[in-house]
Design a protein around this ligand. Structure first.
Ligand SMILES: Nc1ncnc2c1ncn2[C@@H]1O[C@H](COP(=O)(O)OP(=O)(O)OP(=O)(O)O)[C@@H](O)[C@H]1O
Ligand SMILES: [Mg+2]
Length: 332
């Protein structure tokens, strides 16, 4: 029995994707500091932190888009991570042809992925149902000039287009920003359900998520300024970790808000900024200690579709760094 449990545990560990000790700096500015991230198939990981903490940069590394450049240094290693073309990225700003309908947009996306005929039509039909877009399938998407579908519907359409690529990893930068509570929830639920149904990991940065969205995350990573990790693991265990460090979440408080407050700096007075930095420093140190006590399991054997133990970058020369191969976006 014990050996069976060990086997299950090691199989689960083997299928997760890991980015170890990721550090990104531009000139002398540290943007991400030795962050280790694990993403598990079928689970949604929410990356949270105050503005400027390094969430988009870290997501750029995870998606393979953040590469070393002459002034940018990128170090760390990756294990079990798919090739960049197997990663679907949900951009904050969707790029649709405004004059196409919702159905035509999905049909075009499926065609661009090489799909055709009745199988492609069936896939679009099923997706329209899953996305909750059947009622607006013949509506124009719209653009700045032509009024089209709502913001929430556009965001769900973007998830649909991303899923048509049959990715091995789905990443989304702030998929809920600009949406009201209900549409934001639907988008997060959709991403989580897609990850579970397809047994792929999903990673999303979230800006100040409401408690209803917090409750839909499987795992969380809390990032403090300069990309310092203060917690990464199951969402359900996050509050207990901070409580053990003396930061109990007050009753009737949104857990996400409480945790983001803990890693935010109030620059209004030098005194409070220094106290905040002291607290963040000790939270980051406590997390490093905890990581050191329970180091990640041995790197898994890469599945056939994945890159074998891809090095993100060399530890010294930025110019020799490689990633999954995409060009860096300006945001990372
Ligand atoms: N190429 C770059 N050159 C210089 N500074 C950069 C570069 N990319 C990011 N930064 C800086 O690194 C920090 C983190 O940026 P990033 O966009 O990752 O933060 P974020 O957590 O996503 O913030 P937000 O919540 O506002 O989107 C910011 O201070 C940003 O100005
Ligand atoms: Mg960002």
């Amino acid at each position: 029995m014990a050996s069976m449990l060990l086997l299950v545990a090691s199989l689960q560990a083997a299928s997760r994707l890991s980015w170890n000790s990721v550090a990104v700096s531009v000139d002398d500015k540290q943007i991400v500091s030795s962050a280790t991230v694990h993403a598990h198939p079928g689970r949604l990981l929410g990356v949270m932190g105050p503005s400027g903490a390094g969430k988009t940069t870290l997501l750029g590394v995870i998606s393979g888009r953040c590469t070393a450049q002459p002034r940018k240094k990128l170090t760390g290693t990756a294990h079990g991570v798919p090739d960049a073309h197997d990663v679907s990225i949900l951009e904050q700003a969707e790029h649709f042809f405004g004059l196409l309908t919702v159905r035509e947009t999905l049909e075009l996306a499926v065609e661009l992925e090489g799909g055709s005929g009745s199988a492609a039509r069936a896939e679009v039909d099923a997706l329209l149902q899953t996305l909750g877009l059947l009622a607006v399938q013949h509506s124009r998407v719209g653009d700045a000039i032509h009024r089209g579908i709502s913001g929430g519907e556009k965001r769900r359409l973007a998830v649909g287009c991303a899923l048509l690529a049959h990715p091995s990893l789905l990443v989304a930068d702030e998929p809920t920003t600009g949406l009201d509570s209900h549409p934001a929830m639907r988008v997060v639920r959709l991403i989580r359900e897609a990850a579970a149904a397809r047994a792929i990991p999903a990673v999303a940065t979230l800006h100040q998520p409401r408690s209803s969205i917090w409750a839909h995350l499987d795992d969380v990573l809390i990032l403090a300024p300069r990309g310092r990790v203060v917690y990464h693991g199951p969402r359900a265990a996050a509050l207990a970790h901070f409580e053990s460090l003396g930061h109990r979440c007050p009753p009737h408080t949104n857990p996400a808000e409480h945790l983001i407050d803990l890693v935010s700096t109030d620059f209004d007075s030098p005194m409070s900024a220094s106290l905040d930095e002291e607290r963040i420093h000790s939270l980051a140190a406590a997390w490093r200690k905890r990581e050191a006590r329970a180091p990640p399991v041995a790197p898994p054997v890469a599945p056939p579709a994945a890159k074998a133990a891809a090095a993100i970058a060399s530890t010294t020369a930025a110019a020799t760094a490689t990633t999954a191969g995409r060009t860096a976006s300006p945001s990372c």
